[in-house]
Design a protein around this ligand. Structure first.
Ligand code: UTP
Length: 470
């Protein structure tokens, strides 16, 4: 596209400023800026800015009068089920895995800004004795499940591992997988695909420049999944592989039970098209969203969307009324994905995050602001619950299933030290359950040996770390 046409297009949407350094750019830089601009539909992204601001203004209204907890028959908890029922669910999940009908979808496109590392979070080593990365722990859990499914059903077609990456994480994730030989998984069952990007805006609605010749962009949020599944051909790929159940989760929960057969079996048993794992929110001020109903439709409500009084309401048994803490851990059928991607993706709410976004100022100097100067627009994976025809929730114990890596150690919570300690505490408990009398120091169990505490035979009574059971 020539300069005049490009300029006219940009002016139409009040974005002519992005060419302000055109005269100073080399031919290559002009070409790359043009490519950057043409990657987007200007009418769409500028309407995003308008929509995102409108919805953030509407979100100021508290939802207290409109919310209800999850209906009793739509939620069950691990601790409320007897071992026979848990086994039934697990057998169903393993049957689906054996038949090749299960996929895992890890959300690995985030920029990990709070953790403050330049590599994708999945590559992070929290300092376990084995020094395994989050990706390696996840891949090995998949391998272990494949063994368990084969033991139970005589053969196993395997689990497909999809990794949703972004421009920020794609190349390094692929290199990491390749260098590590896909952690022993069948390479054909590992597929990375990129989510989309959205330009970052100043508060005045003008797209920010990251360099004189490039736009500032950020991944479109983990809800970018639904568009990416379609445009990147992943729905098609899932169809060809015969996948029915997808376990989608954040990359950064070190305790994640990847493709949890119990959760999958529960969702299948209930005929659910959409399921969510939750943890019991114990402290009303904990800043996690809760799964509940708004005007009779399932939704995740953020802490800031209800009053303190409502967040503190308790049931007769002492539990919070709104206790179903959302942990970015979902079950979807392929049919549900198709319905969202085909019919509802464009209605997903747009969320605004005010951020400090590096930008090039009017004199061409790159600035790193110390206070928020613009917005990133994101879609959220959980904004689809209301489209479910049969929604279920599954409450799991926090100490065995949820410890996210969000911050650097200086924050003191949801950081590398807590992730590491929570995993080691869980493994210690497994060893004590398996007959150990004393476990001292850092003792880790390879996911290749045990997925959830099973298969621990001939465990010594006294165990001294550092040690890894392989
Ligand atoms: P978070 O927002 O908690 O993690 O996303 P983040 O984006 O990595 O970290 P910050 O906010 O910059 O500090 C929860 C999950 O959603 C994924 C993340 O990778 C994480 O697994 N995610 C987030 C995406 O896949 N794409 C996105 O655009 C945003």
């Amino acid at each position: 596209m020539d300069e005049d046409t490009l300029r006219a297009q940009l002016n139409k949407y009040n974005q002519g400023h992005v060419l302000q350094f055109w005269k100073e750019l080399t031919e290559d830089q002009r070409a790359s800026l043009t490519e950057d601009i043409l990657e987007f539909s200007l009418s769409e992204v500028t309407s995003y800015f308008k929509r995102a601001n409108e919805s953030s203004e509407n979100n100021n209204k508290l939802l207290d009068d409109r919310i209800q907890p999850i209906e009793d028959d739509a939620i069950k908890s691990v601790t409320g089920c007897d071992s026979a029922l848990l086994k039934k669910y697990q057998d169903t999940g393993l049957r689906e895995i054996a038949a090749g009908r299960v996929a895992v979808l890890v959300l690995a496109g985030g920029q990990g800004t709070r953790l403050g590392v330049t590599c994708p979070k999945g590559m992070y080593d929290v300092g376990l004795p084995s020094h395994k990365s989050l990706f390696q722990l996840q891949a090995e859990k998949i391998r272990r499940l494949e063994v368990m499914a084969k033991e139970k059903y005589g053969k196993c077609q395997g689990i497909t591992w999809y990794l949703m990456t972004s421009e920020a994480t794609h190349e390094s994730t692929l290199d990491f997988l390749e260098q590590n030989n896909y952690f022993g998984l069948n390479k054909n069952n590992v597929k990375a695909f990129k989510q989309g990007m959205i330009p970052c805006f100043g508060f005045d609605g003008k797209i920010l420049l990251d360099e004189m010749h490039s736009l500032s962009k950020a991944p479109d949020g983990n809800g970018g999944l639904y568009r990416a599944l379609k445009v990147q051909g992943i729905l098609q790929d899932m169809t060809e592989r015969g996948i029915n159940s997808v376990h989608a989760h954040s990359v950064d929960n070190i305790l994640i039970k990847v493709a949890d057969p119990v959760f999958i079996g529960y969702c299948i048993d209930k005929g659910a098209d959409c399921g969510v794992k939750v943890v019991d929110k114990a402290d009303p001020s904990e800043a996690v969203g809760v799964v509940c109903q708004v005007d009779g439709k399932y939704q995740v409500v953020e802490y800031s969307e209800i009053s303190k009084k409502t967040s503190e309401l308790r049931r007769p048994n002492g539990k919070l009324v709104f206790n179903a803490g959302n942990i970015c851990n979902h079950y979807f059928t392929l049919g549900f994905f198709r319905n969202i991607s085909d019919y509802h993706e464009e209605e997903l709410p747009l969320h605004v995050a005010k951020k400090k976004i590096p930008y090039v100022d009017n004199s061409g100097v790159r600035q790193k602001p110390t206070s928020p100067n613009g917005i990133k627009i994101e879609k959220f994976i959980f904004d689809v619950l209301k489209f479910s025809k049969n929604f279920v929730a599954w409450e799991v114990p926090r100490e065995s299933e949820f410890s996210p890596l969000k911050n650097s150690d200086s924050a003191g919570q949801d950081c590398p030290s807590t992730a590491r300690n929570d995993l080691l505490a869980l493994h210690k408990q497994w060893l004590l359950n398996a007959g150990a009398k004393s476990v001292q120091g850092d003792v880790e169990i390879s996911p290749l040996l045990s997925y959830a505490g099973e298969n621990l035979k001939d465990i010594p009574e006294i165990i001294q770390g550092p040690k890894v059971f392989e």
